[in-house]
Design a protein. Structure first.
Length: 366
């Protein structure tokens, strides 16, 4: 009898511990949808400007959010100085609050925050200094005040500190620059500046680093082999709070271990990666949002949970296809979905049990 009582007690304790772990491991996402004024439910890009406003690129215009209401920017043939397209694919900004906005097929836009007007830049085959292509895939402003513009047709760089008022695009492509090694010059998916100030480019065939040849000329060299990264589409690049490189690709998520080569963290097709203020990793895919604990420089991050849409849970993520991720100035994570609008949560308010770091594989299989 005593033995049975002990067994029952252990079962009860184990059940309560599991329930407690599940509750602490649960995130209730807040949803922002078209019912709140969002113009459209595909969130291709997210950005926060100097004043704290949130900006969202959708398939029906550029959306500005002040925490209460939306202002939507759409093109208009009858009105000048409007955005060039409803199809917004990328957003970045400068320290004065101005924005650079990429579109799918209608070039690059500069938004002047002081005037509220847009200036559009398009490819001109007769102008060698014009935009390399009109389908923009990525935007990044580096520490040297250079704007990097990724496009389907290649890569551009604009020196925003140049004395000339005319915007000139410097091209990096296989046709115009023979020093791009191992890269066909097209299909830029991600642009990043690491802790050492080096510019990294994620392309359709791998990862590339900005280098200089013996004559001092800039070129991008492929670095997959030196980092132990398999060939594939590099969709997102970042570094964690330990200074380790983290890469999201179509063949898995990779992270440096002990400051050396990249090791595979998880085998899935990832779209984007974000590191929160507690050094946790959040990786978006077409199969949900993955959460990894990341505590040691000597170990790879450990999968804790995959968040997916659940019709029975009003606080679940709204859609499984994650198109964009952004960490705002207060530490809140913004999740852009395909068809489900915006999801937000504050990871700083959650406590995750250590015992949840090693879930049963069956719980998270794709």
């Amino acid at each position: 009898m005593k033995g049975k009582l002990i067994n029952y007690t252990l079962v009860i304790i184990g059940t309560l511990y599991t329930i407690l772990g599940s509750a602490q491991n649960h995130i209730s996402f807040k949803h922002i949808t078209t019912s709140d004024g969002l113009s459209q439910s595909d969130i291709n890009a997210i950005y926060q400007d100097k004043q704290g406003f949130m900006w969202f690129g959708t398939h029906d215009g550029l959306n500005k959010y002040d925490g209460y209401k939306f202002t939507v920017y759409n093109p208009s043939a009858n009105k000048p100085n409007r955005i060039s397209s409803n199809l917004v694919s990328a957003i970045t900004g400068d320290k004065t609050g101005n924005l650079w906005v990429g579109t799918t097929g209608s070039g690059l836009n500069f938004y002047n925050a002081a005037t509220g007007k847009f200036t559009s830049y398009l490819n001109d085959e007769e102008n060698a200094s014009s935009l390399i292509g009109n389908h923009i895939t990525a935007l990044f402003k580096d520490s040297k005040n250079r704007l990097w513009v990724g496009a389907i047709d290649g890569l551009d760089m604009v020196d925003l500190s140049a004395s000339s008022k005319k915007v000139e695009f410097h091209h990096f492509s296989s046709e115009q620059d023979p020093f791009v090694l191992g890269w066909d010059g097209s299909s830029i998916y991600s642009i990043y500046e690491d802790k050492n100030g080096q510019i990294l480019i994620g392309g359709a065939t791998g990862l590339f680093k900005l280098k200089k040849d013996p004559n001092g000329k800039d070129y991008f060299g492929k670095v997959n082999k030196s980092l132990g990264l398999p060939d594939g589409i590099v969709r997102s690049i970042t570094e964690d709070n330990l200074g380790r490189l983290v890469i999201a690709t179509n063949v898995g998520l990779f992270c440096q271990v002990k400051g050396k080569e990249l090791a595979k963290v998880y085998n899935a097709n990832f779209n984007n990666i974000l590191v929160d203020n507690n050094n946790r990793l959040w990786a978006g895919s077409d199969e949900g949002l993955f959460y990894f604990e990341n505590t040691s420089q000597d170990k790879i991050p450990q999968l804790v949970k995959r968040f997916i849409y659940d019709s029975r849970d009003v606080g679940s993520i709204s859609k499984n296809i994650i198109k964009s991720l952004f960490l705002d100035k207060t530490g809140i994570v913004w999740v852009g979905t395909n068809g489900g609008g915006i999801n937000t949560f504050d990871p700083g308010k959650k406590t995750f049990l250590e015992c949840q770091k090693h879930p049963r594989p069956s719980e998270f299989e794709l």
